[in-house]
Design a protein around this ligand. Structure first.
Ligand SMILES: Cc1ncc(COP(=O)(O)O)c(C=O)c1O
Length: 352
């Protein structure tokens, strides 16, 4: 008998098997890869890499660039393999026996798993029936349970709604513990709390290249916090945890991020166009979204999901035991043509 770590057996596994749908709007990815001009420079750069060296220089080059863009010091930036790795490490840093990590639900399902992996007690705080966070009640709960880490996703996945920066500031100012703000979708919202990091030593902002910058396959994310916080969290990473290919590609993408502005605007306007059309369907509740996806609720959600699957369109269905998400479907925003096709397919569902 192999003697695994306690509780490993009861850990849920992330089901990473993704079907390659004709129209894949189930995972909040960008449906477009890199803009041609960016891709050309990335490929050019990759041909010049020193594969034989550990990627020290490339790590610092990207971290320094990100720091400069946000007017913070490089010592305030940490890079990770997607924001997933950043989040997991932050949970690790504030977890451990007897520590409590609190996060709203429904929210990003991995928080619960990371809390468990960090051997902390995960505490879910329910959003209201409109999926809004009662900020005062949340603050009260964070204090009451004496959490070591509070986590908020803004805009929230999978509901799409967002707190204002004033609300984020209120939370940061009112709790003593670490406060991780997951801004994976912030580029579709436009209001980031990075500017608050200087003021609040407990605030950690996690961001990613996976959504707005179409880099989900490269796995790169970053966090910004005060230098003392990054110094501590940095201890939880392996040396050279990001590979040179990812770092070099991300470096170019960051330098050329203006090339993404037009497509970001397009996703935002397509989101609004899609929301307006979906609202006209009887029996469909459309939740307001500031992200690159829309959450809807309808009685026959599972049937609709199955119907779309027959048409080789993948959208996200939530299992009935996912808290608060009964009969909900999440649809990522694709290109205008993809959105038209998804909408026509939804309309052609037998609504009787
Ligand atoms: C809210 C949220 N945070 C973090 C992530 C992790 O993304 P990545 O590791 O690709 O940066 C996701 C991915 O879907 C997400 O929805």
């Amino acid at each position: 008998m192999l003697n695994y770590r306690n509780e490993l057996e009861s850990m849920p596994s992330y089901d990473g098997v993704e079907k390659n749908y004709r129209i894949k709007v189930n995972a909040n990815e960008s449906t477009l890869s890199l803009p041609a001009a960016v891709e050309e420079r990335v490929l050019n750069r990759l041909s010049m890499l020193a594969f034989n060296r550990y990627p020290n220089e490339e790590y610092h080059s990207l971290a320094a660039q990100i720091a400069k863009s946000f007017s913070v010091e490089e010592s305030q930036v940490l890079l990770g393999g997607g924001s997933s790795e950043i989040i997991e490490k932050v949970f690790h840093a504030f977890g451990g026996a007897g520590h409590k990590i609190i996060f709203p639900q429904p929210s990003f399902s991995m928080y619960k798993i990371y809390a468990k992996a960090a051997e902390a007690e995960g505490i879910s705080f329910s959003l209201d029936k409109n999926f809004d966070l009662d900020v005062d009640a949340f603050i009260k709960k964070v204090r009451e349970v004496d959490a070591s880490l509070a986590v908020v996703c803004n805009p929230n996945n999978p509901t799409g709604n967002a707190l204002t920066i004033a609300q984020v500031e209120k939370i940061a100012a009112s709790i003593d513990c670490a406060f991780l703000l997951d801004e994976a979708y912030v580029e579709f919202y436009g209001l980031s709390a990075v500017g608050l990091v200087e003021k609040f030593p407990n605030l950690i902002v996690a961001r990613t290249f996976s959504k707005a910058y179409g880099m989900a396959g490269a796995r790169v994310g970053y966090m910004i916090a005060q230098a003392e916080v990054t110094r501590m969290i940095n201890k939880t990473f392996m040396p050279y945890h990001l590979n040179v290919l990812t770092l070099a590609a991300a470096d170019i993408v960051w330098q050329m991020r203006d090339e993404f502005s037009a497509r970001l605007q397009l996703i935002i306007s397509e989101r609004e166009r899609m929301a307006e059309r979906l609202k006209k369907l009887e029996g469909v509740r459309v939740f307001p979204s500031q992200a690159n996806f829309i959450l809807i609720r309808l009685d026959r959600a599972q049937e609709l999901k199955n119907y779309l699957e027959l048409l080789d369109i993948g959208i996200r269905y939530f299992s009935p035991d996912a808290f608060g998400l009964k009969n909900c479907l999440r649809i990522s925003i694709g290109t205008p043509d993809e959105n038209d096709e998804v909408f026509s397919a939804i309309k052609s569902f037998n609504w009787e």
